[in-house]
Ligand binder design. Structure first.
Ligand code: G6Q
Length: 544
């Protein structure tokens, strides 16, 4: 059944019409405790959702909708290891990747009759042993020198998580080592990543769940060639490659020793894999202990999500605000604004998590839907964004739902920078919510003809998420918060948040087109007239 056919959806629509014209200024004036009342805390994160355009009634109706849509039951199925990815008939058990090493019956997570928790820990131990060798300088390259450069080659879920986590946790990383991430089939990505690296000190981590992804394999072959050129023989090259994959056969075929392969499982989706062996580069950068602290952060949020009542539950509340903004208030995009330079890749990471998971137009049963699913997500760290696109947030015609993310303590002590940074975060959410009326502007003595230009409507909703400091633990908890929020939203929309069929068509077409670009003789082109002309033009100009 579509959620939009449920009486709870209609009730929300009626409710929306009643409070459509109400302003956040009024809500705050009516209730001096609103700021504390609409907040919740867990796993080191404080979520303030009081600057959302909601009342107690809104929250009650949203919870009713979520219950009617079976969010609780679906979440139980997720944790049980049911095949919640229905179109691929797979479990989505990322929560098992951060389950503690417990032997108790209630700590078992069973897939097809097998408790997977010991498998997870065996792989983590394998990663830890290898990472320690590399970090200690004991993993020697072909010339006997220690490996000090790590280049992760992967794309999508095998890149966005690792690069985001490396950037986010750079403060905790080994500063004597260099980390690079190559994803794009654009040769520039590889060429620029290795241009200042010595091959005999470089380790390539070929990260691909399937080990069939064309971009990753092309870059892996380029890396092998680059090593061969510098190091001479094939045996030498083997010390410079490890793989992260579920496909041992292809890894060995590529020429990587099975002992140098780190595995994971088909119940780990690409965009949910940064805490699996896909995080090998992260572990080498920050060490096994910090990596485990990150997993503990994930797990703390998992437990909170699993056990806390929905009206005190961060992922639930975050998701309900997203549904309200998206489906009732009509927000078309969602901005993630971390006031933390180390989180500069976090919006890009979330783009995949949110848009690949929930950018769907049919229900789990294949029925067409008549409501919006995932918003377009974008963002940049503050305060940079303030000097660029915030103008649109404050005075444009679009309605954008914002998430502000900040930390009370900085990792980079520098004068009063951090107070200034956070002052800006608080000021922005305040300005968006309350605006500045034309009366206030006029009172300041602004000439009549400029009053309209200098008026801020306000009433732009936002969440603020605060934590004490950016640590592996707080990062893990933050990512898990978003993972589960995405899950709750998908459950309400009744879609499969774990498949990604939308990437397939382009892949198939690119294969066919690549063959047409490759040949020397003019191919017979049977595309549309636009594509045919583009291909001809490309071939002609390339030949010149
Ligand atoms: C993620 C997607 C996708 C995937 C990449 C890389 O959820 O499935 O982004 O991660 O296509 O796939 P491989 O890891 O198999 O190379």
């Amino acid at each position: 059944m579509l959620p939009s056919e449920r009486p709870q959806w209609s009730a929300l629509l009626r409710h929306f019409r009643q409070l459509e014209s109400r302003h956040l200024r009024e809500y705050f004036a009516e209730d001096p405790h609103r700021g504390q009342r609409f907040s919740a805390e867990a796993a080191g994160w404080y979520l303030d959702y009081s600057k959302q355009r909601i009342t107690d009634e809104t929250l009650r109706l949203l919870l009713e909708l979520a219950h009617a849509c079976g969010v609780r039951e679906r979440s139980a199925a997720l944790f049980r290891g049911d095949k919640v990815n229905v179109t691929e008939q797979r479990a989505a058990l990322h929560i098992a990747l951060r389950a503690p090493r417990g032997d108790h019956i209630d700590e078992r997570i069973v897939v097809d009759g097998r408790n997977v928790v010991p498998d997870v820990h065996a792989e983590l131990d394998h990663m830890a042993a290898f990472s320690s060798l590399v970090r200690a300088g004991e993993w020697k390259g072909a010339s006997g020198k220690r490996v000090r450069n790590v280049v992760n080659i992967g794309i999508g879920g095998s890149d966005l998580g690792p690069v985001m986590a490396y950037e986010a946790l750079r403060y905790y990383s080994d500063r004597d080592m260099t980390f690079r991430f190559v994803s794009n089939i654009d040769g520039t990505d590889f060429v620029e990543a290795v241009r200042d690296l010595a091959a005999d000190e470089t380790l390539f981590v070929i990260c691909s769940k399937t080990f069939t992804t064309s971009e990753t394999l092309a870059n892996a072959r380029a890396a092998r060639q680059w090593c061969l050129q510098a190091l001479g023989d094939r045996a030498a090259v083997s010390k410079h490659f490890v793989a992260v994959s579920t496909n041992a056969e292809e890894v060995v075929k590529f020429g990587i020793d099975a002992d140098n392969m780190f595995g994971f499982w088909d119940w780990v989706g690409g965009r949910y894999s940064m805490d699996s062996a896909v995080g090998l580069s992260t572990m080498i950068a920050i060490g096994a202990e910090n990596f485990r602290a990150m997993l503990a952060g994930f797990h703390a949020m998992d437990e909170h999500f699993r056990t806390a009542p929905p009206d005190r539950n961060l992922p639930w509340l975050h998701a309900l605000m997203a549904i309200w903004n998206n489906n009732f208030l009509g927000a078309s995009t969602s901005a993630v604004l971390p006031y933390e330079q180390y989180l500069k890749r976090f919006p890009a990471y979330l783009q995949q998590l949110v848009m690949e998971s929930n950018g769907k137009r049919v229900t789990v049963d294949g029925a067409a839907i008549d409501y919006h699913t995932a918003p377009v997500l974008w963002g940049e760290p503050g305060t940079n964004g303030q000097h660029s696109f915030y103008q649109l947030l404050h005075q444009g015609t679009r309605f954008v739902a914002c998430d502000f993310i900040g930390f009370c303590r900085s990792l980079s002590l520098l004068g009063d920078h951090h107070d200034l940074l956070m002052a800006n975060l608080f000021a922005q959410s305040e300005a968006l919510a309350f605006g500045k009326s034309s009366a206030e502007v006029a009172e300041e003595g602004v000439p009549d003809e400029l009053v309209a230009h200098r008026t801020f409507e306000g009433n732009q909703p936002s969440n603020t998420m605060l934590s004490e400091s950016l640590t592996p633990h707080s990062l893990g908890a933050l990512v898990a918060l978003y993972e589960h929020s995405v899950f709750v939203q998908g459950a309400i929309w009744n879609i499969d948040s774990f498949d990604q069929w939308g990437v397939e068509l382009g892949k198939a077409l690119a294969k066919r087109t690549a063959a047409e670009l490759a040949g020397g003789s003019e191919p017979e082109l049977t595309h549309d007239s636009s594509t045919n002309a583009l291909i001809r033009r490309y071939r002609a100009q390339r030949a010149r």
